[in-house]
Design a binder for this molecule. Structure first.
Ligand SMILES: [Zn+2]
Length: 294
């Protein structure tokens, strides 16, 4: 009898993986290409990155499908590959999954906006996410993670879509900016508005990722903990990105400064932790060492 991801997180803090885009670039991914196409064209590279994270101590890794909704893929001319790319993303990650660990299907935002701010209807967003969720589910992921959502309405579209086509558990993380008046999504949703609505929709695990660094994440976890008693995911960025003279993206928070705040993130109420942009397997290895003692 194998435990589910939800069983494990009831017992202890669970560790996810770190940044994927930054790892792809380190492995030769060219700027402007479609990351999800590598699940089919360069599966050995995608597999290697997942393997590096599992070796570093990740309990679960997320598939290379962040931009895999049909709408997001359309921006690179790959809308007809939505199902294939997502199914392949799940298959590739599952190939290197050790026993007792997990693969989560990543579902990032479309990059577009709903009416009246943008051109899309909720039905169009739902259709775009449903195809993605179907590919990930057929490829064999253990759960779906609707992540880095900047619009609560879009997150709810993705949630409805995922549930319509998949019986897997679906988790949701929003991304919040740290403003003088508190933490808000790009569309102005507050932490409590997001978490309460997600809880009302019976999402079993909620949280925040990206945008903020690990120091700010401590405060954000405290705010999230006040808003809900659900298990919380927290995946901070390694600070802010900047472009080096050679045209490489670097992040401002180094490993030592990043991990300094990890114990407090856990003690403040995060049940599932991991990295986001700018973090790599070295960050995860260090977190795997720290978290059991937090
Ligand atoms: Zn990020």
């Amino acid at each position: 009898m194998t435990s589910s991801f939800l069983d494990v997180l009831k017992k202890r803090a669970v560790l996810l993986d770190g940044g994927f885009g930054t790892e792809l670039i380190r492995h030769g991914f060219p700027q402007g290409a479609c990351p999800e196409s590598w699940n089919v064209d360069k599966p050995q590279t995608v597999r290697k990155i997942h393997q590096d994270y599992f070796k570093a101590g990740s309990d679960a890794v997320l598939t290379n499908s962040f931009g895999g909704s049909r709408i997001k893929l359309a921006s690179r001319g790959f809308e007809d590959r939505c199902y294939d790319f997502n199914r392949a993303a799940a298959v590739v990650a599952n190939k290197v999954k050790p026993g007792g660990r997990f693969v989560g299907g990543s579902m990032g935002p479309t990059g577009k906006f709903l009416k009246p701010h943008g051109e899309y209807s909720e039905e169009e967003f739902e259709a775009a996410f449903a195809e993605q969720a179907r590919g990930l589910t057929d490829g064999g992921v253990d759960f779906l993670l609707i992540e880095t959502q900047y619009d609560l309405r879009e997150a709810l579209c993705a949630l409805r879509a995922a549930r319509a086509v998949s019986s897997l558990p679906v988790f949701v993380t929003m991304t919040f900016s740290h403003l003088p008046r508190g933490f808000f999504t790009l569309m102005g949703n507050s932490v409590s508005a997001c978490l309460r609505e997600l809880e009302k929709n019976s999402v079993p695990v909620v949280g925040a990722n990206c945008t903020v660094n690990s120091r700010e994440m401590v405060e954000l976890v405290k705010v999230m903990r006040e808003a809900t008693s659900l298990p919380l995911i927290a995946q901070a960025n390694a600070g802010k990105p900047s472009l080096s003279v050679e045209g490489r993206v670097t992040y401002s928070q180094d490993l030592e400064d990043y991990v300094r705040y990890v114990p407090e993130i856990v003690r403040s109420g995060a049940n599932v932790v991991g990295g986001c942009c700018g973090t790599d397997p070295d960050y995860i290895r260090e977190m795997a060492r720290i978290i059991p003692k937090a």
